[in-house]
Write a protein that binds this ligand. Sequence first.
Ligand code: ATP
Ligand code: MG
Length: 232
Amino acid sequence: MVEKSYIVELENVWRIYEQGRRRIEALKDISIRIPAGKLVIIKGPSGSGKTTILNIMGGLDQPSSGRVFFQEKELKDYSEQELTVLRRKKIGFVFQTYGLIQSFTAYENVELPLRINHYRWRERRDRVNKCLDLVGLSKRADHRIFELSGGEQQRVGVARALVNEPELILADEPTGELDYKMSMEIMKLFRKLVHEHKVSICMVTHDPAVMEYGDIIYEMVDGKIISEGVIK
Ligand SMILES: Nc1ncnc2c1ncn2[C@@H]1O[C@H](COP(=O)(O)OP(=O)(O)OP(=O)(O)O)[C@@H](O)[C@H]1O
Ligand SMILES: [Mg+2]
């Protein structure tokens, strides 16, 4: 397969929420490109539009106007079936609120995307164990989510995003609940995924401690990208 130079591109994207007479411009004319095989960090304060931009990149939400491309094909030209493949296999989401099933164990949560994709149990077992190991949670595999700390839950969310071996990981504040040491572990894991497994990652955060791990840093304020910095 020819490697695509950009995995996601947004072109003049606006996202406007209308509630009665109130109108919130969450994204204002955003144009941004996420190169394949890079770790891109979008930083910005609370309410600046970070979750909104990730949802649009992953096809979970549509822009009010503007265009979104995934692997150089516009999302509006994807069939329903192609969009399903995109969300289920090509993209791994790490949600700000984890999105885990509380009554399931860590293992079962990570296994769920594989069940949805009809993998056989042996393949499921091998992949789930590998991913839990990667995030340092092998010993917690059989704990239910409500028995885990915030940081452990966040790591279950990362393991679940990895289990389908996606081409792109979209991560919303993946270090938000973690202490400094654990945050650095997650960032090292992200670097490793980018370098050794050729995964592309776009994460949003307001944590200044993680910036040095990014290849490209975008700064977002009030629905706009105000700066771009290339680290390496
Ligand atoms: N469903 C919605 N309806 C109306 N307004 C919304 C909705 N979702 C988000 N917004 C508004 O859009 C703006 C951007 O929200 P968003 O969730 O993208 O911010 P964020 O940068 O992710 O913030 P945080 O760091 O707190 O998670 C905010 O002003 C928010 O209030
Ligand atoms: Mg958010």
